[in-house]
Design a protein around this ligand. Structure first.
Ligand code: GPQ
Length: 836
């Protein structure tokens, strides 16, 4: 990213006549303008000649933060006074996206801020672009956590998001010669106006060493953990403002530092380097986000990160509880702790350690509290994505926790034996310790045993969970299982991302829809109104123009906003099958070359997404997309009817340009593999039609919108499993489909790689001889379905009707609906109204 441009500005204007307006909290134009000029002068302190656009961003951000601070403190005080139960959402990732625009929206002061900046000679839209987004997440799981924080505050539920303040978030992606290059994400480079450091809020986290047994004063046997190292965790708080309410919750991220006193011994003995090394090792803990989402890779430091933030968070809860004068026995009445996948599931063991070893509760009492406290959300069925830790690694880092796990396991397996006597195979399957091959700790089992509630993230996913990965646990505790279909925040992904549509919805429905998405159903009547449809199309086309401009600026590829925009944006993964999309594009390309007069709907195929840096096949798929794009875009025989673009560095910021510009949303994962998907919902909200398989939340999207407004294709989960059981031979698909054979041959020939036939050999071979995600098995159905899409696009009026119905019926996928379900059915957390 280039450094902020230096621009010359006039000296700050002082606004007079502010009598009853507090510059730190006033919401009017004059107050905001004064606040910005004050922050420029007193917080940033550049002379006018050196004031940059970024300074305006920073000053406005600080002014906005002041307004939130006011609400934040009132929220904390209210929750404290009312002694409310608090949701603690534990997540290794929070993919928040840019804060400024969202906070202005939620506070209801966009127009005021725009006017205030205009009076200072600045344009809000340009200032907004200065923000470097905090990319503290990989994809869906981290973004879901961010949507849930937005809904929790908006629904006035007391909540804290606990996580890690990574110094480097997800890498920035550049495309060099068609290949992905990873650039370090230095998001803190120019400071972070949204966080408030709380150096006095710190907890100490132990590592390694050994345990000792001793007898306490009362004659009870106890355990002491003698760690090898102690790391200090310091809190950084980011206020998260609800929409249209005063409630403002906290995102509390932990940063690791060395413990000063620990160095002395080394300094005294002159081992200066050892002391410095310890400091470096400690600070490494929160250095960087691991860029692999599914699967996680089992690295020592990753386990360290998980334990670090979970321990800080639980210690913090206990500390606040005792400040409130509440006995530790009441922990579960005051905190509902949710595990966002297994990444924080070490929390089950850590809470036991804190209660038993440190607070000296007896085991049964502590276990009852623990199970009552935790809920566990599972986000994947991919076997390779289920976290396990090799026993030696686990023991070296967390020796006391391993002992506690053995004890939990002993008691748990006794229960299993009591329920299913003689079924030792079941006991082995359910154990917290995996014994086939290298011994390991199974984190999903730990999370399931330690939680009173277990949920999947879409109806299909929750059913499959009960039938496969957690079947034994379902048979043991059916009452623990439920479904909580994911949702996304309509504030960021509709109101903020699509201002044109926001205005139309306000005009048609009034202004309550962002917090009552069921009202969108009233649009159904409008779908038959030709004038409304014209307005709808004009908005979509303006959004497409906006995206086309962005793509031109970042790729030099020029797209025509009147074409069908067919978009697939998400992490690159074989199960998501971006390569299936490519096979269709190449098919279409060949058909046009063979038959130049072919009547097709002109289309722009748009992709975006990052690949894990070590994921060979995913990186080849990116290269393939770019190779196909290069060839097609340069071919005058076809480039008046089709083009392909790869948007570099897909992130929350450009996602807000992408979803509103889509006509067609690609949700084409192998059935049974995508737990839910959330991009599918963001597209639907913005009126895109979906082409998709019966996977994840696609099933429910189709149910809501109606089969006639959804392009369905492909094998079902059962068919996929059946084919796999019978033995799948992709070569059969090729033998029976000459068009598919020609397409694969063309890719293999070097046609899309400037004659280099090696580049895509691995992709073609993988599909031909292995094809673990049944790309070829679904190819013919997908191509046929795309022909139906093409035909449907020709009927503009009906396409617009379907588009309107998609938005109209998207209400279920608001994260407000999801969070209400969590609050009512798992957390038992009530709203608390905050007054100013
Ligand atoms: N998901 Cl386990 C991630 O983004 N990262 C992960 O490590 C795991 C799951 C996704 C999942 O693939 C999507 O289907 C879901 O919609 C999303 O989590 C949120 O539940």
């Amino acid at each position: 990213k280039p450094p902020p441009k230096q621009i010359k500005i006039a000296p700050p204007v002082t606004t007079t006549g502010l009598t009853d307006v507090d510059v730190r909290s006033g919401m009017q134009v004059a107050a905001l303008k004064q606040a910005v000029t004050d922050h420029l002068r007193y917080s940033i302190g550049h002379p006018p000649v050196a004031t940059t656009l970024h300074d305006y961003y920073y000053a406005l951000a600080l002014a906005v933060r002041d307004r939130m601070q006011h609400r934040w403190l009132n929220t904390l005080q209210t929750n404290f006074d009312l002694k409310r139960k608090i949701v603690c959402y534990l997540s290794a990732e929070f993919l928040m996206g840019p804060h400024l625009g969202n906070n202005l929206l939620n506070l209801g002061i966009e127009q005021e801020a725009r006017a205030a900046l205009a009076e200072l000679g600045q344009d809000l839209d340009i200032v907004l672009e200065c923000e470097e987004e905090p990319g503290l997440g990989n994809g869906g799981l981290g973004r879901l956590a961010a949507c849930y924080l937005d809904s929790l505050a908006t629904l006035q539920r007391p909540a804290v998001g606990y996580g890690i303040r990574y110094e480097f978030g997800i890498f920035d992606q550049e495309i060099h010669d068609g290949w992905q290059a990873e650039i370090t994400d230095k998001w803190l480079r120019y400071g972070n106006p949204w966080e408030i450091a709380k150096p006095e809020v710190a907890h100490y986290v132990n590592w390694g060493g050994h345990t000792e047994y001793y007898r306490d004063e009362a004659g009870n046997d106890r355990v002491r953990w003698m760690p090898y190292r102690v790391v200090k965790g310091t809190a950084y708080d980011t206020p998260t403002q609800g929409y249209g309410v005063n409630n403002c919750n906290t995102l509390r991220l932990w940063s690791a530092e060395a413990v000063e006193s620990f160095d002395f011994q080394a300094f005294n003995t002159g081992d200066y380097y050892q002391a410095v090394e310890d400091k470096i090792i400690s600070e490494t803990v929160t250095k960087v986000l691991y860029p692999n989402d599914e699967p996680q890779i089992g690295k020592h430091l990753r386990l360290g990160q998980q334990y670090f933030f979970v321990s800080c968070s639980l210690q913090n809860m206990l500390h606040i509880l005792s400040l409130s004068g509440v006995p530790v026995e009441n922990f579960a009445e005051r905190y509902a702790v949710q595990l966002n996948d297994t990444h924080p599931s070490i929390g089950v063991v850590e809470l036991m350690r804190l209660l038993v070893d440190e607070r000296r509760l007896d085991w049964d009492k502590a276990w009852a509290i623990t199970v009552q406290t935790f809920g566990y959300t599972n986000h994947t069925l991919l076997p390779e994505a289920l976290e396990t830790w090799p026993l030696p690694m686990f023991q070296a880092l967390l020796p006391r926790h391993l002992e506690i796990i053995y004890e939990i396991n002993r008691r748990f397996l006794d229960e299993v034996r009591a329920r299913f006597s003689g079924d030792e195979a079941r006991v082995a399957r359910m154990s917290l310790i995996g014994e086939e091959g290298e011994k390991c700790v199974r984190m999903a089992h730990l999370a399931a045993v330690g939680s009173h509630a277990i949920n999947g993230v879409a109806a299909l996913h929750s059913d499959l969970l009960k039938a496969s990965v957690l079947k034994d646990f379902y048979e043991m505790w059916p009452e623990r299982f439920s479904n909580k279909t994911n949702g996304v925040t309509p504030r960021r992904f509709l109101a903020l991302a699509n201002p044109g549509l926001r205005a139309l919805l306000n005009e048609a429905l009034g202004e309550q829809w962002p917090v009552n998405m069921e009202q969108l159903h009233q649009l159904e009547a409008k779908a038959d109104d030709a004038a409304f449809r014209r307005k709808w199309r004009a908005i979509k086309e303006a959004n497409k123009k906006r995206l086309a401009d962005y793509i031109l600026a970042h790729t030099d590829i020029e797209l025509d906003p009147t074409w069908l925009f067919d978009i697939q944006v998400k992490r690159i993964h074989e199960y998501k099958r971006q390569h299936l999309n490519v096979l269709h594009i190449v098919t279409l390309y060949r058909r046009l070359k063979e038959n130049p007069g072919l009547n097709i709907s002109p289309r722009a195929f748009i992709f975006g997404g990052k690949a894990a840096p070590g994921y060979f096949m995913a990186k080849r798929i990116i290269k393939l997309i770019n190779g196909v794009a290069e060839t097609i875009n340069a071919d005058p025989d076809v480039n008046t009817r089709m083009k392909v673009a790869f948007v570099p560095n897909f992130n929350v910021q450009n996602a807000q340009l992408i979803y509103p510009a889509a006509d067609l949303s690609e949700q084409i994962s192998t059935a049974g593999k995508e737990a839910s998907g959330t991009g599918n919902m963001k597209f639907m909200l913005n009126g895109a039609l979906t082409i998709g398989t019966l996977d994840g939340a696609n099933v429910e999207i189709r149910e809501e919108v109606g089969a006639e407004n959804f392009f369905l294709f492909g094998l079902t989960t059962e068919e996929v499993e059946h084919i796999k059981r019978e033995g799948y031979h992709p070569t059969d698909c090729i033998a029976s489909n000459s068009e598919l054979r020609t397409v694969l041959e063309l890719i293999n020939s070097g046609y899309f790689s400037r004659g280099d036939a090696e580049v895509f050999r691995s992709v073609v071979n993988n599909l031909t001889y292995s094809d673990p995600f049944l790309v070829l098995a679904d190819y013919a159905a997908y191509v046929a379905c795309q022909e139906r899409v093409s035909a449907a696009w020709q009927d503009k009026e009906n396409w617009t009707r379907m588009s309107i119905l998609n938005t109209a019926r998207s209400g279920k996928f608001s994260s407000d609906r999801a969070i209400r379900e969590y609050c009512d059915e798992i957390w038992n957390v009530q709203p608390a109204t905050v007054k100013l």
